[in-house]
Design a protein around this ligand. Structure first.
Ligand SMILES: [Zn+2]
Length: 212
């Protein structure tokens, strides 16, 4: 199975990815982890990526593509893989299919969450000022309002989680994802999953889509 998993921040994508990969017995390849590994071990690709990140710039598509393709050539990907966080753009999706030719991506699962719901979820995040433990006003509230369950520290809303930056992040995500979703729809491999449900329900739906 050659699977791509797409989903917005705050949709439990990492949890889903690990569950699906475990279920199918294929490696879960998260582009964010790959990037960190390359940087930590100082590979040429890691150094290239670092030179952009240190300037606060986005790592170019081609660098990320090279990292992912290198990883997919390893033995454990012979029986398939699950990609998480890649591709992120139409250009990356085309490069991936080219590299996998004559076969391409078999299944592109998109955990779809409406923009308003995403903003609502992401602005509900709270963080402990002392131990950084994350909470959520609705889905994972602390036992005592405004206090960390673990250390009693004060909970606060990080600047990143305030409405204005969250709305911007959601807009960027939608702008980036739309062409990707369209690309996989054209290829006939797109499956939409309703991301408004609980993480557990989403998982059930994903596994049933895989069984078909
Ligand atoms: Zn705490």
């Amino acid at each position: 199975m050659r699977i791509v998993l797409m989903g917005p921040p705050g949709a439990g994508k990492g949890t889903q990815a690990a569950a699906i990969a475990g279920h199918l017995g294929v490696p879960h390849i998260a582009s964010g982890n790959l990037l960190r590994e390359h940087r930590a071990s100082g590979t040429p690709l890691g150094k290239q990526a670092g030179s952009y990140m240190e300037k606060g710039l986005l790592v170019p598509d081609q660098v990320v593509i090279n990292m992912v393709l290198k990883r997919l050539r390893r033995d454990d990907c012979q029986r398939g893989f699950l990609l998480d966080g890649f591709p992120r753009t139409g250009e990356q999706a085309e490069a991936l299919d080219k590299a996998l030719a004559p076969r391409g991506v078999q299944l592109a699962l998109n955990i779809a969450v409406p923009a308003d719901e995403l903003v609502h979820r992401l602005t509900g995040r709270l963080t402990c000022r002392s131990c950084q433990t994350p909470y959520h006003q609705v889905t994972n509230p602390p036992k005592a309002p405004g206090r960390c369950d673990l250390c009693g520290g004060e909970l606060f809303q990080r600047d990143d989680d305030k409405p204005e930056p969250v709305r911007k992040r959601v807009e960027v995500y939608e702008r980036q994802t739309a062409p990707l979703v369209a690309y996989y729809r054209r290829k006939g491999v797109l499956r939409q999953v309703d991301g408004k449900q609980s993480i557990q329900k989403v998982q059930e739906e994903v596994l049933s889509k895989l069984a078909r």
